[in-house]
Ligand binder design. Structure first.
Ligand SMILES: [Zn+2]
Length: 493
C-alpha cells in the first residue's frame, strides 16, 4: 500500500501523533460522560498541552511531506497521506501560536459566559466574547489566506476545497424548493401542532432496551463499539477497533432518544468500516464533516424514519414502552416524521432543519466579511427565522444564544450539516440503482446497506477529499436535487 520511501517514513513517524489523537479522543469522551465535574479545569490544561505537543510534532514532519510531495508517482493512498498531513502542517505554519492560544482562551472563557447568558437569555453578556472571537477568526482567515470571501478560509478547515460559491449554489435552490414544500405541507394541515406521544414519559431502562434493539438491527459490533449517555450526543473514535457513541434520555418524546442513537450509529459505521490497512495512519478517519454527516443523516432519516424501519422497530417499542400499544405503526410513523416550524435547531424536523442552517451560514458569512456588526446579529437572526420558517423567537435563548458552536470558535462548521443532508440524498438516489432499498430495510439484512456504503465510501477513510470521493461515487459533488426530490416524494405524495 505504501511504497514511496518518504511516505513510508511519514507513516512511521506519524504513529506517536496517532497515539496522541487517540488519547485526546479518550479524554474528551471521558470529559463528556464519566469525569467528576471538579476535574474540568485540569482536564482543560491536559487537553491544551496535548494539542501543543501535537502541533510541535506535526511541524517536525514538514520536510518529509515536502520531499514526498515532489515524488511523481504516488498512488492514491500515498497522495492521501501527503494531502492530509500537508493540510495540518499548513495550518500550524500559517497560524501563529499566539493567535491559536488567544482563540483557545477566548473559547474556554466564552463558553462559560455563553452558558450563563443562555440561561438568563441575555445576549449583552455574551456580546463582547463573540466580538472578540469573530475578530480572532477574521485574523485566522487572513493568516490562512483565501481567494474571494475571507469565510472561504474557515469553511475549508471543515469541508476541504468548498467555498461560499459552492455553498451558495447548493443553498439557493434548497431554500426556494424546501420553502415550497413547507408551504404545501402546512396548507394541507397534515401534521398537528403537537403530537400526544411527545408528552408521554418513559423510564430510562426501558428506552435503553429499545435503543439496544435498534443497535442490533443495525448490526453494531459488540467488541469494537459501545454506547453511553451524554447531554449532547456525539461519536468518537479511539481507533478503527474502538468507536463510541452517546445518546440522550430526556424522559419523554422517545423519538429524540431513538433517532440520536441511530444518527450517531451512522457516524460510527463510517469509522468502523475504514479499511484495516489504514490503521495508525492519518487516513483512518472520515474525510470531512459534511461527508461524515451524510452518513449519520442517511441512517437517521433515509433508513431510520422510513416506514420499513418503523415497522421493524415497532415490536420493540410496544414491548418496552407499553403506551405505544395505543398507537398504530402508521401513527408512530407520522409522529417521527412530523413537520412543524420550530425555533430550536436540534429539535427541528428533517425538512425545516436546513433553514436553521442556512440562517446561521448567512450570519457567519456577513460577520466574518465585516458586512454586519455582532450587535445587529440577534435581530437579523429573528428576521431570518420569520422569513424562512415563519416563527419568531421571543428571546435570545430561543434565538441566537441556542448553539454552543460560536462560543467555541467553530465558525464555518454549520454549513456542513446541510451539505451532509445533500450528500445523504445523493447516496439515497445512487444506492437504489444497485439494490432494492425499501425491501432491504423492510426485511433483509441491513448489513447489505452497510457493505454497499463500505465499498464506495467507508473503506477509503480520508484517502480522497470530499469533492473527489463524491465525483468517484456520483460523478458530481454536492447536488441538492436528490435531497429535494426525496423530500418532495416523502411529503407531497
Ligand atoms: Zn452528526
Amino acid at each position: 500500500m505504501f511504497q514511496n520511501p518518504a511516505v513510508k517514513e511519514l507513516v512511521e513517524k506519524y504513529k506517536p501523533l496517532w497515539a496522541l489523537d487517540s488519547v485526546g479522543a479518550l479524554l474528551e469522551w471521558d470529559m463528556e460522560t464519566y469525569m467528576p465535574i471538579g476535574s474540568s479545569e485540569q482536564r482543560g490544561v491536559t487537553l491544551s498541552q496535548t494539542q501543543l505537543l501535537r502541533q510541535e510534532r506535526m511541524l517536525q514532519l514538514s520536510d518529509i511531506v515536502s520531499t514526498a510531495r515532489r515524488s511523481q508517482e504516488l498512488n492514491d493512498s500515498e497522495s492521501g497521506i501527503v494531502r492530509v498531513l500537508g493540510r495540518d502542517i499548513d495550518y500550524y505554519t500559517k497560524v501563529p501560536p499566539k493567535l491559536l492560544e488567544d482563540i483557545f482562551r477566548t473559547s474556554a472563557e466564552g463558553t462559560v459566559v455563553w452558558r450563563e447568558a443562555r440561561k438568563k437569555s441575555d445576549f449583552s453578556m455574551f456580546k463582547p466574547y463573540l466580538e472578540k472571537m469573530m475578530s480572532l477568526k477574521r485574523q485566522e482567515a487572513e493568516k490562512l489566506g483565501y481567494k474571494g470571501h475571507p469565510y472561504n478560509a474557515l469553511l475549508d478547515r471543515f469541508e476541504e476545497g468548498v467555498t461560499t460559491d459552492d455553498v451558495d449554489k447548493v443553498f439557493s435552490p434548497l431554500q426556494s424548493e424546501l420553502k415550497a414544500i413547507l408551504t404545501k405541507v402546512l396548507a394541507a394541515g397534515k401534521f398537528p401542532s403537537s403530537h400526544p406521544l411527545e408528552a408521554i414519559s418513559y423510564e430510562e431502562p426501558a428506552m435503553k432496551r429499545v435503543n439496544e434493539d435498534a443497535l442490533k438491527l443495525l448490526r453494531m459490533p459488540e467488541k469494537t463499539f459501545r454506547m453511553d449517555i451524554s447531554t449532547h450526543p456525539f461519536t468518537t473514535s479511539m481507533s478503527i477497533e474502538d468507536v463510541r457513541i452517546t445518546t440522550r434520555y430526556e424522559g419523554k418524546d422517545f423519538k429524540a432518544s431513538l433517532f440520536s442513537t441511530v444518527h450517531e450509529s451512522g457516524h460510527a459505521i463510517y469509522e468502523l468500516q475504514i479499511d484495516r490497512s489504514l490503521n495508525y495512519t492519518p487516513l483512518a478517519r472520515g474525510t470531512s464533516l459534511g461527508v461524515h454527516e451524510s452518513q449519520s443523516r442517511f441512517w437517521e432519516n433515509f433508513v431510520g424514519r422510513s416506514r420499513e424501519f418503523i415497522k421493524r422497530v415497532y415490536p420493540s417499542l410496544k414491548a418496552n414502552l407499553p403506551f405505544v400499544s395505543g398507537y398504530s405503526e402508521d401513527e408512530v410513523y407520522r409522529y417521527v416524521n412530523s413537520v412543524r416550524p420550530s425555533l430550536i435547531r436540534v429539535d427541528a424536523d428533517e425538512l425545516t432543519y436546513n433553514f436553521h442552517i442556512m440562517l446561521r451560514y448567512e450570519l457567519e458569512k456577513k460577520l466574518i466579511g465585516g458586512e454586519m456588526e455582532v450587535a445587529e446579529a440577534p435581530s437579523v437572526w429573528n428576521d431570518l427565522m420569520e422569513k424562512y420558517v415563519g416563527v419568531r423567537p421571543r428571546d435570545d435563548a430561543e434565538g441566537m444564544l441556542q448553539d454552543v458552536h460560536w462560543s467555541g470558535g467553530l465558525i464555518g462548521y454549520f454549513a456542513t450539516y446541510s451539505l451532509g443532508n445533500v450528500i445523504a440524498g445523493m447516496f439515497y438516489n445512487r444506492i437504489q440503482k444497485d439494490l432494492d432499498f425499501k425491501a432491504t430495510v423492510a426485511g433483509a439484512e441491513l448489513g447489505r446497506i452497510k457493505d454497499w456504503l463500505k465499498e464506495r465510501l467507508h473503506k477509503y477513510g480520508a484517502t480522497y477529499s470530499p469533492k473527489e470521493i463524491q465525483k468517484r461515487v456520483f460523478g458530481e459533488a454536492y447536488n441538492p436535487q436528490w435531497l429535494i426530490r426525496y423530500l418532495q416524494e416523502k411529503y407531497l405524495t
